[in-house]
Design a protein around this ligand. Structure first.
Ligand code: GLA
Length: 408
């Protein structure tokens, strides 16, 4: 072989090795294989709920309300848990008024209950509520989190560089590549994973089409701006999820944001649609309500075992819209009436009345993953069961049903 040919072969071997590396997941395997389930302080009372009292109350409520038995295990504290300044050694400091015994003592107590603890931070110089961010402190912060034995970290994107290098609280410019910040923190977490493996959530509000690369950086990624606790947010986020199902898989899931079920802002039908859609879309299911005061009907929705089982199915593939014969095409920004997705032992069909009340009928032969023949099915909210070749449900405005069709 000539030396030219040898170097051509060497280059091509190097190129294929690089390609393999580029395709490899760079986050540790074995974490986040199903969507995360838990609670977060933010939708409860924003900064005011970022305290030891809320964390411990929630942990105890997980047990007394039967939520732990259903899989809710993460108690996540969002923005505002720290003081406004780092200490003289550059460490983040838990606010002593909110965490009188520090973070680690609470983590230990929560672990003692068989539960997990999550915290929030930011890629920028400040968090979205202007507490210290991790910019320039990534390795130090990751080490502290591992030493505190935390299980989950949500990494936000406020006060990061925008056009012209400005550091605004919020930058929506599409010219800015947010990937390097998430790579830096991912690598900082990997570097301390021998002390503690930490599940990593990317909160960049869907910038740079995060669903296309998020699985290489973290275990879940926010696909949209915030769920503000209004019906329009549920529609906006649900509509976005309907177009990007293909990117969610075990180990890396589209995150539709924390729930507003039990916050007194949605009707009962809307709460059913919100929870049902998040569940079949394989979003993390993060309760955003105060569990000390939550109403019965909301708690019943959050405790729906059939939907939780669908969300946690080992296949980890989200449902997405399908168009039955004669049905109108999906419209951007709306929640389509007909959804379906595969399960390890069947198919889930979701029917949404977000665009209006009516009778929704589906022949199983038109559903992706099903076909000709008779199937047994069960609707998650009512428990109605049946066997046959089709289903039909009357739904009130904004209501939702999820039908599990068993194929095995
Ligand atoms: C951003 C995030 C929210 C929440 C707040 C906290 O808006 O998207 O989920 O964490 O910051 O300030």
């Amino acid at each position: 072989m000539s030396s030219n040919m040898r170097s051509a072969v060497a280059i091509s071997i190097l190129a294929s090795a690089l390609q393999v590396n580029a395709l490899e997941r760079r986050i540790p395997d074995g974490q986040g294989l199903t969507p995360l389930m838990g609670w977060s302080s933010w939708n409860v009372a924003q900064c005011d709920a970022a305290s030891a009292r809320y964390a411990l109350d929630t942990a105890n409520n997980f047990i007394s309300l039967g939520l732990k038995d259903l899989g809710y295990d993460h108690v996540n504290i969002d923005d505002c848990w720290s003081t406004r300044e780092r200490d003289s050694e550059g460490n983040l400091v838990p606010d002593p008024n909110k965490w009188p015994n520090g973070i680690r003592a609470v983590v230990d107590e929560i672990h003692g209950l068989g539960l997990k603890f999550g915290l929030y931070g930011c890629a920028g110089t400040l968090t979205c509520a202007s507490f210290p961010g991790s910019w320039g402190y990534e390795e130090q912060d990751a080490r502290l989190l591992a030493e505190w034995d935390i299980d989950f970290w949500k990494h936000d994107n406020c006060f990061t560089p925008c056009d012209n290098g400005a550091l605004p609280q919020t930058c929506w410019s599409g010219n800015i590549d947010t990937r390097p910040w998430y790579a830096t923190f991912r690598d900082a977490l990997i570097a301390v994973s021998d002390i503690k493996p930490i599940t990593f959530n990317l909160c960049n509000w869907g910038r740079n089409s995060v669903w296309e690369w998020g699985a290489d950086y973290g275990h879940s990624w926010r696909i949209e701006g915030d769920n503000w606790g209004d019906w329009e947010s549920v529609i906006r986020i649900g509509a976005r999820a309907s177009t990007i199902a293909e990117f969610s898989r075990p180990g890396g899931f589209n995150d539709l944001d924390m729930l507003f079920v039990g916050n007194g802002v949605l009707t009962e039908s809307q709460e059913r649609l919100h929870f049902g859609l998040w569940a079949i879309a394989k979003s993390p299911l993060i309760i955003g309500a105060d569990l000390n005061t939550i109403g019965d009907s909301s708690l019943t929705i959050l405790k729906n075992k059939a939907l939780i089982d669908i969300n946690q199915d080992s296949l980890g593939v989200p449902a997405e819209p399908f168009v039955p014969p004669g049905a109108p095409a999906p419209v951007n920004g709306q929640i389509y009436p007909y959804w379906a997705g595969p399960l390890s032992d069947g198919v889930v069909i979701g029917l949404s009345a977000a665009n209006g009340a009516g009778t929704f009928s589906v022949n199983f032969s038109d559903v992706p993953g099903l076909g000709e023949g008779s199937f047994s099915w069960e609707e998650a909210y009512s428990g109605t069961t049946g066997t046959g070749t089709s289903i039909s449900f009357d739904l009130a405005q904004d209501d939702f049903v999820a039908i599990k069709v068993t194929t095995q």
